[in-house]
Design a protein around this ligand. Structure first.
Ligand SMILES: [Zn+2]
Length: 60
C-alpha cells in the first residue's frame, strides 16, 4: 500500500496524500480520506455532507 499512496492525489487540488493510521490526509488542503479495506476513499465526507445539506435546503 505504500507504493499505492505515492500516486494517490487529492481530487480537488492534486495535493499529495499522506498516509496516517486509518486515513490519508492531503498535504495541501488537509482533507482526510478514510481507508476502507486498504483502499483510500477519495470522496471527502465533509463535501458529501455539504452536498446533502444543500440538496435538502433547495428542496424545502
Ligand atoms: Zn487537497
Amino acid at each position: 500500500m505504500e507504493k499505492f499512496v505515492e500516486y494517490v492525489l487529492c481530487p480537488s487540488d492534486k495535493g499529495r496524500l499522506r498516509n496516517e493510521k486509518d486515513f490519508y490526509e492531503c498535504e495541501k488542503c488537509g482533507t482526510k480520506y478514510k481507508v476502507t479495506n486498504g483502499i483510500p476513499n477519495l470522496i471527502p465526507d465533509e463535501a458529501e455532507n455539504l452536498h446533502h445539506k444543500n440538496t435538502n435546503i433547495n428542496r424545502k
